[in-house]
Design a protein around this ligand. Sequence first.
Ligand code: AMP
Ligand code: MG
Length: 484
Amino acid sequence: MKNTINWNFDNSYSRLSNAFKEHIEPVAVKNPELVLMNNDLAKELNLDFNKIDKDKLSSLFTGNILPKGSNAIAQAYAGHQFGHFTMLGDGRAILIGEHLTKSNKRYDVQFKGSGKTAFSRNGDGRAALGPMLREYIISEAMHHLNIPSTRSLAVAKTGEKIIRDTLLQGAILTRVASSHIRVGTFQYVAARNKKNELEIFFNYVLKRHFPELINSKKKALDLLHVLIDKQIDLVVNWMRVGFIHGVMNTDNMTISGETIDYGPCAFIDKYDPETVFSSIDKMGRYAYCNQPAITKWNLSRFAECLIPLIHHDQDQAIKSATELINTFEKKYKERWMNMMRKKLGLQGTEDKDKFLIVDLLTWMHLNKVDYTNTFCYLMNEKIKDNKVYESEDFQNWKKRWEVRLKINNNSPEKYLKLMKTFNPLVIPRNHKVEEALEAAKKDNIKPVKHLLEILKKPYIRQNDTINYQIPTDLDEKYQTFCGT
Ligand code: AMP
Ligand code: MG
C-alpha cells in the first residue's frame, strides 16, 4: 500500500521538543467508511490512491491504519477566544505528518475529529459529518476563488454516533495545510516564558515558511512585517467575496496566511456590513465589517509574542513593533480600494473612486441587494429579472460608473476581463450548502459532489451555474454553529 500511494513523510514538527506537542495516535473507529475524496488535490500532492480499495481507503482516512513514515502528534497552542486568553491545542485533531511533494513542497496532513488528546479538555475529540463536509466544501470553494486556504483531502464516517444536542454521525476530515502553525502557537510558546524555546520555535518557523528572512539583521520585525502583509491580503480577499470567517480567534489565524478552521463561516448574500451568522457571536465581534479591525488586533497579539526577539531593550522593541502594527490601516485601505476598483473594472486611481465605491455599497445595503449578484449584473451576467437594478438611484450610480470606466485607456474588453477575475459568479450559498449537507446526512452524497464541481470554477459559467446563483427567498436569519 505504501508504495502505491507515494507518501513521502518528513516530520519536522515532531522532531521539535515535546514542549510543543504530544505524541499520540488517532483513536481507532468502529466502522470506517470513506464518503468523499479529493482526487485533484491528491494529484497535486503526487499521491495516488487509485489502486487502493475502498475499505483500505476508509481505514486510512479515519486513522485506523497509519501510513508508514507518519509520526502522529497533537500540537500545543493557545489563543485569544473572543478576546480571552486560553490554553488550547489540538483537542480533536492529529497531525499525522508532513508530506513532501516531488517539488519539495511541504504539507501538513491532519485528521480532524480523530479522538481525544492531551488537549481535549472536556471535549470528546470527535467531529460530526455535517461540519466536516461543510469545511470540505467551503475550504475547497475558497481555494478555487483564489484565496489562500487549507485544503480538504477526504471525509470518512467513523460509524460511531457522537453526542451533541442530538446524536450525530461521527466523521473525520483529512485536512492539508502548508502548516498548522498559528498566531496561537506563538502565544503558547511565548507564554512559557523561556527565551530559548521561543528562539528555537521562531527559527523553525522562519526556516519552514520564510527562509528568505533567515539572514536578515532584524528577523523578528521582518516576520511581523510579512505577516501583516499576508493577513491584509487575506482579509481583503475575504471582503472581496463576502466571506465571514465567524470565529477569528488568534488560534484560527495561520502564520502561512491561509484561511483556517471553517466553523461558523458563511458568505453574505444581501449586503449588510454588520452581518453575523455565528450563533455564539452575540456581540458581533466577528461581523463582516469588523474583520479588518480584528485582523489588526490579532496581529498585535502576534507582535507581543515577538517582543523578546525584536530588541533586548523592551521599550525599544515595543516601539518598533507598534510602529509596524500602526501601518495596518493605511495599507488595508489602499489594498481594499484597489480590490474594489478591480471588482468595478476601473483602471488607475482617481480621487473620486472612494465615493463611487462607497455609494454603491450604501445603495446595496439600503436596498438589501445581493452582493455577489450586483457585480454579476455589472458584468452583464444576467441572473434573473431583478427590478431593483432598474431603480433611478441605481441607474444614476451606473451612469457615474460608466463615466469613470472610460478613464485611463479602459475598454469593455479590458474591464470585463478584469471584473471576471475578481467577481465570482458563484459562491457557496448558504441554502445550497445546507441542502447538500442534508442529503449527505441521509447517505446521498451526490448533491455535495455536484456543488463541489460548480465551486471548482466560480468565475466561469457552466451548464448548471444558474441554479447556484439565485439567492434564497427565505428571509429568515441564517445561523451557523461552531461544529464542536
Ligand atoms: P475550534 O473552535 O475548532 O477552533 O476549536 C477550539 C478549541 O477547542 C481547539 O483547542 C479544539 O481542539 C477544541 N475542540 C473543539 N471541539 C472539540 C472536541 N469535540 N473535543 C475536544 N476538543 C475540541
Ligand atoms: Mg481552531
